[in-house]
Design a protein around this ligand. Structure first.
Ligand code: HEC
Ligand code: HEC
Ligand code: HEC
Ligand code: HEC
Ligand code: HEC
Ligand code: HEC
Ligand code: HEC
Ligand code: HEC
Length: 435
């Protein structure tokens, strides 16, 4: 009975949340920057009104030779300008200048059905995935919890879902360019996902750096065509426009069972891929070593989590929740305020508004865990060693701080000062007013 009322109410609430000036679940809490028009054209692009008229393909080219010569040059170098039936500016942007559009994947789909179909089909493997990237960023709590200046760039990377020029850049749209690791590392680098660093440190990356310029990049990504694999060789095997169909450990945020039947199927796909160049059993062993590394990491993370949960239940975390500013999203979206420990109790808890001991834990799972994972996934042992040493250090600090918190009543007397510091400044007033 109660669900008859609650379910429609739930739908109503979600629709209401999505109807603000922004987009996604928190659309009412932020306003789009102008550049979002290009990163997420479906939601935000408005055509320019300064040029009027309907033009044929050759006319677009002739005028744009003067207006945007670089774009015309790249187009001339592309397969689109050399096809029997040329693909003009108007085929992708429209021909009425007052009503142009920025091409979304659907526009490319009219000619490249196969790639588009594969790309969209990726959704069924869940997240992370390229096809879901935009909504995953917009609906992430820290997208609204953090100041705008820190989150604008989220959409630059997460636009991989909403346009097809991420790996073969406009307006050359070259397949050869997309096969190289440089096509991926604009987004796949830095602490939470050090794919760039770990790949280039690996035997594969080293070989690429030494001789990659001499390889024939016009060849498709298939067995026999390349001496060492690149990102796309491994993650988009045989040119399939899908990066999520073999992922077991995914982003590395959660412990999973690599031996479940679904994961075994995925693992076998990996082994088959490595076997393009390596022995099959040897490859299976390499991937098992990654599972062992993951187990070791989770062992450490669970120890830290247990200590923090214990402090929380005994009211020993300091500063406690009532001394901290509320998570901006939370005041509106949830009634219960409490310290959130671990990624799955809330992403904001990881990035914002944490006490020193929680920060140690954050360092463990964000830098240590994710760094060690990518090291072991990509064959970079120096990274694995470095980040395990760092996690050990964090865990040691957590144990020391926990003991101090349990013992010391002293630090809890300064609550007034703490409250003043935490409740003022950029992350609170400024942030809430300027998103
Ligand atoms: C194969 C499809 C395709 C063709 C052909 C094409 N474009 Fe584009 N164009 C795109 C895509 C994709 C984007 C990026 C969209 C976005 O950022 O949302 C883009 C963006 C742009 C932009 C805005 C971004 C920038 O770099 O300045 C301009 C201007 C533009 N195109 C002009 C042209 C002109 C002029 C031509 C013809 C010479 C042309 N395009 C041909 C697909 C195409
Ligand atoms: C007579 C010259 C002329 C012709 C013909 C012309 N354009 Fe443009 N186009 C411009 C100018 C000027 C701008 C810059 C407008 C501005 O920024 O206000 C522009 C801007 C654009 C943009 C960028 C819009 C944005 O929001 O960033 C695209 C895309 C574009 N043109 C595509 C085309 C296509 C497709 C055709 C053919 C159907 C075409 N143009 C024909 C002069 C022309
Ligand atoms: C009107 C049809 C049409 C549209 C729309 C179109 N393309 Fe193409 N595309 C082609 C044709 C034709 C070729 C050349 C095929 C060939 O030469 O075999 C091509 C080739 C390509 C290639 C291969 C280039 C290479 O180096 O081998 C890529 C990548 C590509 N297109 C991407 C895109 C993207 C991305 C979009 C959308 C922004 C798009 N195309 C929109 C018709 C189209
Ligand atoms: C424009 C930015 C961008 C580029 C370029 C890009 N990616 Fe991604 N990729 C992302 C984002 C963002 C996500 C996470 C999406 C999400 O939140 O669900 C992602 C996720 C992934 C995943 C995770 C899938 C999973 O199931 O865990 C893989 C693998 C991947 N990308 C491989 C690649 C490869 C290989 C290339 C180059 C050929 C590439 N990406 C280029 C932005 C990019
Ligand atoms: C430099 C490019 C880049 C920027 C900037 C970026 N991301 Fe990501 N993001 C990625 C990549 C790549 C992944 C996937 C990593 C993997 O699977 O290993 C990812 C993963 C994620 C995930 C986890 C996967 C999922 O679907 O749940 C979320 C959530 C996310 N990003 C949200 C954000 C938000 C919010 C911001 C801004 C604060 C942001 N990202 C900024 C590239 C980026
Ligand atoms: C994550 C990077 C990435 C993204 C995003 C991406 N591509 Fe590609 N694309 C590639 C790679 C790598 C190749 C080369 C595949 C091969 O060697 O077989 C390629 C090749 C192509 C080709 C040429 C295929 C052939 O057999 O010649 C077309 C057409 C194409 N892509 C269209 C698209 C379209 C349409 C989209 C958007 C739905 C898109 N791509 C998005 C990486 C990407
Ligand atoms: C030799 C093959 C290989 C190469 C080359 C490679 N990776 Fe990976 N990558 C893997 C394996 C294996 C995993 C772990 C897969 C699992 O079990 O989840 C992984 C994991 C990932 C993940 C986490 C999501 C997932 O699929 O589990 C991302 C994102 C990623 N790699 C991106 C990249 C990027 C970007 C590059 C290039 C800079 C690259 N990889 C190069 C094999 C490779
Ligand atoms: C396109 C061929 C190719 C593919 C595919 C490939 N590798 Fe490699 N791999 C190489 C080459 C070449 C070397 C360097 C060999 C050497 O140094 O003697 C190498 C070296 C390695 C090394 C370091 C060398 C060592 O003896 O410890 C590891 C680990 C490795 N590969 C793991 C993998 C795994 C795991 C996969 C699948 C996820 C894979 N490779 C897929 C070609 C490949």
């Amino acid at each position: 009975m109660i669900s008859i009322i609650l379910v429609p109410l739930g739908f109503y609430y979600v629709n209401w949340s999505k109807s603000g000036e922004g987009a996604g679940l928190y659309s009412r809490d932020w306003k789009p920057d102008e550049v979002f028009a290009y990163w997420n054209p479906d939601d935000f692009y408005q055509p320019v009104k300064s040029v009027v008229g309907v033009f044929k393909g050759e006319e677009c080219i002739n005028c744009h030779k003067g207006v945007t010569p670089g774009i015309v040059k790249d187009w001339q170098a592309s397969r689109h300008s050399k096809a029997d039936k040329k693909v003009f500016c108007s085929d992708c942007h429209g021909d009425n200048h007052e009503n142009l559009h920025m091409p979304t994947p659907k526009v490319c789909a009219s000619c490249h059905t196969v790639q588009h179909q594969q790309f969209v089909d990726e959704k069924r493997y869940g997240f992370p995935s390229h096809a879901l990237a935009m909504e995953r960023a917009l609906d992430a709590k820290h997208f609204v919890d953090k100041p705008k200046a820190e989150v604008t760039a989220c959409l630059q990377c997460h636009s991989v879902a909403t346009k097809c020029d991420s790996c073969h850049s406009r307006h050359k749209f070259s397949a050869a360019e997309a096969r190289r690791p440089e096509a991926c590392i604009t987004c796949h680098s830095g602490p939470p996902h050090p794919d760039d660093e770990t790949y280039f440190n690996s035997a594969h990356g080293q070989l690429y750096l030494k001789e990659g310029d001499q390889w024939d990049w016009s060849k498709p990504l298939k067995k026999g065509n390349y001496p060492a694999p690149t990102c796309a060789y491994c993650h988009m095997d045989e040119g399939k426009h899908q990066v999520a169909d073999k992922s077991i450990w995914k982003f590395g945020l959660k412990q999973i069972n690599p031996l479940s039947s679904g994961n075994e199927i995925k693992r076998n796909k990996w082994i088959k891929l490595c076997s393009d160049c390596h022995d099959k059993n040897w490859s299976a062993q390499q991937l098992k070593a990654m599972d062992a590394e993951r187990k070791k990491t989770w062992n450490k993370l669970y120890q830290a989590e247990a200590i923090l949960k214990d402090l929380r239940s005994n009211n020993n975390l300091f500063p406690s929740t009532e001394l901290r500013p509320p998570y901006p999203g939370d005041t509106k979206h949830s009634l219960i305020q409490r310290e959130r420990i671990g990624f799955f109790e809330g992403q904001a808890s990881a990035f914002y508004n944490v006490s020193p001991i929680e920060r140690d834990y954050f360092n463990m799972w964000y830098f240590g865990n994710l760094g060690a994972y990518k090291g072991s996934a990509h064959g970079d042992n120096s990274f694995v060693k470095k980040w395990h040493a760092s996690m050990d250090e964090n865990l040691k600090d957590i144990k020391i701080k926990a003991e101090q918190l349990q013992r010391s009543e002293k630090i809890k007397t300064n609550t007034k000062i703490i409250k003043d510091i935490w409740h003022k400044g950029e992350y609170t007033e400024f942030n809430q007013e300027n998103n």
